[in-house]
Design a protein around this ligand. Sequence first.
Ligand code: F6R
Length: 591
Amino acid sequence: MCGIFGYVGKRSDAGKLVVEGLKNLEYRGYDSWGVACKTTKGTIIKKDTGKISAVNADDFAHGCSLAIAHTRWATHGGVTAANSHPHTNADGSIVVVHNGIIENYQELRKELVAKGHTFLSETDTEIIPHVIEEEMKTTSDFASAVRNACTKFEGRYGILAFHKTSDILVATRTGSPLIVGVSKEDGYFIASDIPAFMEHTKVVQYLDDGEMVVTDGKSILFTDLITGEEKPKREIEITWSVEQAQKGEYAHFMLKEIMEQKDSIARAVNQDDEQIRVIADAIANASGTFLVGCGTAHKACMAAEYFFSVVAEHHVNVTSAGEFKVHHHFLKPESLVIVVSQSGETADVLEAMNIAKAKGSKVLAIVNSEGSTIHREADYTLLINAGPERAVASTKALTGQMAVLLMIAYAMNDKLHDGKTLLLETAAQINDMLNPRYVNHIESLADKIQTHENIYIIGKSWNFPMALESAIKIQEVSYIHAEGFAGGELKHGPIALIEEGTPCITLAGNDEVTQDIISNTIEIKSRGAMTIGIAPENNEAYEEWIKVPDAGAAQAIMNIIPIQVLSYFLAVKRGMDPDMPRNLAKSVTVK
Ligand code: F6R
């Protein structure tokens, strides 16, 4: 969370460049923004509350070849201009932007106040330039002062810093991602995510945890943050294109990404057969397999529990990454932990991965973001190849994750080819399904239910995790209270919530549980619910029916698509920005 972006090099429009680039990181936080430009006339800092997308980059076009910028997702201190980054020391000579949390900031702040430092914000970040200033009393070398300061910080951070008297940009990483973009023509870019500089270069170098980088725009030096030992880095060419990361003809990224799923699912399926078989064998032979993720990725894991049960007759354990800590008691070196993450940077997932590694268990990462920390640090990896997902609400990453997991389940049953065929057919059916008439039908349903305060969703088997996922999608973009339930659970409590006209959505397939979920739908209909079926077959239990193709074992993937479209329209009709829901950020790098 929080996006940081810095540049140093030959260009004289560094301020404009970082503002433009930061707009591509807005999904990481959009409470407030700030920019610092080092010019020949001194440092110019501008910061405010609001979205970086509303800032005119041309206002920062003045001559400057070093600049840093920040888009904030508030953790410590409210959403105010004073709490926005950059932060400086008292005389403004040291300028810092930061992503993460300095956990011992209160203690450090007390020590600094005792030494006479004064503070203007409530943030943890503001102590950073002050600690660096203290370190500059023992060294005149700015980079060494930053290095020494970092030994005092506890927590997770990605920091960009510069000093008014030197032309270097310094970055350090402990826990929060930082990636360097390398351009022979322009110089060096350092950002929390690649889209910030993708239009300038596709050549990257990754900072690992506990590393520091120093650049004057002409050369760059990576070192160990503690020892100062040089860390040579490979230059890696990224495969994502600029177009993939843009909205194109769509009003919002969310809609674009929903519409892309016909292709992204096919890309997820297009994996090397041998690699999938190796993974299937690893699961079959592991002494306990754990599937771990957060939020939507966790729902993909829950769906996979059904895939492995029904398709491969194999039991796996599923845990939300935030809860995984407790499961270390069960881990053995022979256990396999599969971490599922779009961003590959989620703090709870990283923690789960580290717990597993500490126990000697092997970790397979199913990720979307190539080069992310989880992708680089897992023992085995599988990319879902969904392309950049920019909307905060995850759509195409979810279906990519489920496609890969279903394919592995088929491989465990020696039916990899059948699994691939089913998934490719599903992708083609999604393509046909998402035609303008279909989308309009869902839009008119959104119109009908958008004023309701509550929406409930029920499902059974693999449609149960999709009911939970439906609730996440509706809540996060439309702010309507939504809850998902296993159909069979209704009469054990939740049915008391149903009132006359409450919209209740049933997710169904054509399978062994169809009759059960229809019975559950009839139960709620007889309590006055407005029932909406998302199913291959219509039924008199449904007042409204959204038809989906029969996708067999891939029905969960199929059924979530109309829900994504519905959530999108509920948000738009209620006047919300579906790409940037309140209080949220795309990549949750704090615990
Ligand atoms: C909801 C959503 C989140 C993420 C969760 C995990 O639409 O996107 O619930 O799924 O924060 O993120 P990743 O997959 O990046 O680990």
